[in-house]
Design a protein around this ligand. Structure first.
Ligand code: COA
Length: 194
């Protein structure tokens, strides 16, 4: 099966890499308190009401596919990835992505997205979805999911649901509500056993 190469936006491997004084690392449980603080700072209390947050509440995120940027020993940015499902589609939800205000516009956000996409490709994910601004994510390979094809467990601007197909042609399999993959698997197991 042909898989997309992210060569244009993926100059680096998703292991420990250095650019100037920024170090990019796979996420570790020790980073959790700083990541919580960064997300609180970026999204405020309203983050709990977001559709993507509701999906992520359904189970754990994938640490192996999630990354942080560190400067001077402090975490300054984070991106997380969570397994999701919709209809027959199986993939990953990217987010939250947040960079501390003092370190914005240094290319850190773009680099974290590229690392997450690279890791998703290596993990044989079919597609990566997110809720976000097309002007930011478009140049990184994301396109709008056709309006109405998928929904979310809370109201969301449908024009902000974006996706990258890693496995070409796979996005059509994502139909209906996007949920945490664990929730979908649990529901299927319960249905089989009833
Ligand atoms: C959005 C965010 C992750 C970008 O990270 P960053 O490291 O500052 O961004 P980068 O350095 O990779 O990219 C900077 C470029 O993106 C642009 N950009 C930043 N946010 C943007 C947005 N929401 N829409 C369009 N363009 C945006 C900048 O203007 C800049 O453009 P330029 O290169 O032409 O000067 C960061 O601003 C942030 O944490 N914001 C608050 C949380 C948030 O909104 N997260 C995204 C959720 S969808």
């Amino acid at each position: 099966m042909a898989r997309r190469a992210f060569a244009a936006i993926l100059p680096h491997r998703p292991d420990e890499t250095m650019t100037a004084d920024v170090t990019y690392l796979p996420e570790d449980p020790a980073h959790d308190p700083e990541i919580a603080h960064i997300n609180e700072e970026a999204f405020g209390p309203g983050r709990f009401a977001r559709a993507a947050y509701r999906i992520r509440e359904g189970g754990p995120h994938e640490r192996a596919l999630s990354f942080v940027a560190v400067i001077g020993g402090a975490v300054v940015a984070s991106v997380r990835m969570t397994r999701v499902a919709a209809g027959e589609g199986r993939g990953l939800l990217l987010g939250p992505l947040a960079v501390r205000p003092a370190f914005k516009n240094l290319g850190i956000g773009r680099r974290l997205v590229a690392m997450a996409l690279h890791a998703a490709t290596e993990a044989n994910a079919a597609a990566v979805l997110l809720v976000g601004d097309e002007p930011y994510y478009g140049p990184l390979g994301f396109k709008r999911v056709p309006r109405g094809q998928v929904s979310m467990p809370r109201p969301v601007d449908l024009d902000r649901i974006l996706a990258v197909e890693i496995e070409p042609g796979t996005l059509v399999r994502f139909v209906g509500e996007v949920r945490h993959a664990d929730q979908v698997e649990m529901a299927r197991t319960a249905a089989r056993n009833s």
